[in-house]
Write a protein that binds this ligand. Sequence first.
Ligand code: RP5
Length: 169
Amino acid sequence: MSENQPRVLILMGSDSDWAEMAAARDALAELGIGSDVRVSSAHRTPQRTQTLVQEARGRGIEVIICGAGAAAHLAGVVAAMTTLPVIGVPLAGGSPLAGIDALLSTAQMPGGVPVATVAIGKAGAKNAGYLAARIMALHDASLAKKLDDFVTGMAAAVEEKDRKLQEKL
Ligand code: RP5
């Protein structure tokens, strides 16, 4: 597999979603995982969405991350069209309901059509990237090692924060 070959497809319902969804691409990039980022809407461009999803497996895509706000049906529609793992990121965007609408639309899937739903907004997008990496690490020992190092680094950062706080107290 080439270094730049995208292994994750990141779909967003609108370019207005990018401010939140960039965190998914960044988390993957930090682990050396290439992603293909596309704007495609379940409601506005259903045919385009279908084509992107149907071509994904043949292009070497292993996980699809979908971010959408408001009546966020993108992840559910995508999960209906593939058996690749689908991670849904509910977005707050300009929604008057601050992402609660997207959370329910994304998470409340009927049995048989799974969408792994993460938290609303940037933290959810970041975790979507790490969750995709954990899925791929099941058959990728080098990626598993990078994830172990990442977790160790996070723990060290917390201990360093505590050490600095103790110095001030
Ligand atoms: C959703 O509607 C998109 O995912 C976006 O979060 C929201 C608003 O889209 P725009 O009106 O900004 O294009 O489908």
